[in-house]
Design a protein around this ligand. Structure first.
Ligand code: DQA
Length: 144
């Protein structure tokens, strides 16, 4: 099984950025953990981080027929990007949305995800564990 992992804008700052909200783990350690867990399940991960909406759209478009699932933290684009939403819908690759923080317990502008309706499901609020749980969900999609 091949899974494309996409980290959206500002997630390269994890560990340094508002640790009380996003935790102390940096992106490299989250990625190492995901790769180790995926390898143990015989799944291959491609991991990208981008601060650019268009690049994320292109990565999702290129995933069609190449990946079995997408694990995505769209970060701030969660709340704004019709383009990323449309890309996921058009690619037809099953997607799992993850967030470190519980977006529903934060500012009202974070309560809406434009991405969630085109994903198979969403995991949020568990810090770095959201990624682990999201990976588990993505692996389970392959068995449907
Ligand atoms: C986030 C939540 C978003 O609202 C925010 O813009 C982020 C990170 C999260 O993982 O909790 O950058 O996606």
């Amino acid at each position: 099984m091949k899974i494309l992992v996409i980290h959206g804008p500002n997630l390269q700052l994890l560990g340094k950025r508002q640790p009380s909200i996003y935790g102390h783990a940096d992106l490299a350690s989250i990625n190492r953990d995901l790769k180790r867990r995926a390898a143990a399940r015989r799944a291959a991960l491609t991991i990208v981080q981008s601060n650019h909406e268009g690049e994320i759209v292109e990565r999702i478009g290129a995933a069609k027929d190449r990946y079995d699932a997408i694990l995505i933290n769209p970060a701030a684009y969660t709340h704004t990007s019709v383009a990323i939403r449309d890309a996921i819908e058009a690619a037809g690759v099953p997607a799992v949305e993850v967030h470190l923080s519980n977006i529903y317990a934060r500012e009202p502008f974070r309560h809406q995800s434009l991405i969630a309706p085109v994903c198979r499901g969403q995991v949020c609020g568990f810090g770095a564990a959201s990624y682990r749980l999201g990976l588990e969900a993505a692996l389970a999609l392959g068995k449907h």
